[in-house]
Design a protein. Sequence first.
Length: 163
Amino acid sequence: MRILAIRGRNLASLAEPFDIDFRAEPLASAGLFAIAGPTGSGKSTLLDALCLALYDNTPRLRRAGTRGELPDADGSIRAQDPRTLLRRGSAEGRAEVEFVGNDGHDYCATWTVRRAHGRANGRLQATEMQLVRLPEKQAIGNLKTEVLDAIQQRIGLSFEQFT
């Protein structure tokens, strides 16, 4: 697997849409690079976006443990629920990763979370995941479990192995 691009919006500390294209300069010719910045600038959120799009999970959520709840519009949600990474005050968030699979084809994996009625105070809805083969944009899998299985097959790594 080779990561081609990471995109997202309204995730944790990153409110504005972001697009990191590893095929564009200066990253395309960089053998090694660092992601640096002050606390809260979004460094960990980039890893979150990568893992959400591929696995509907993140190392940060795994560290949250099995206890604890966070307040939400109509009650509370578990601290390790991936939807907790939706930025406060946002009605929708998204993580997207383009990658080359083990089969040599390009794919785009997308993770989306929304609140009801497109309102920032709406109830959190179930997350949606999609995997498409590029460039023809052929969807692979219908159910979230099918998409997750298809991604893992094309990457060749489980979440535990990846992280």
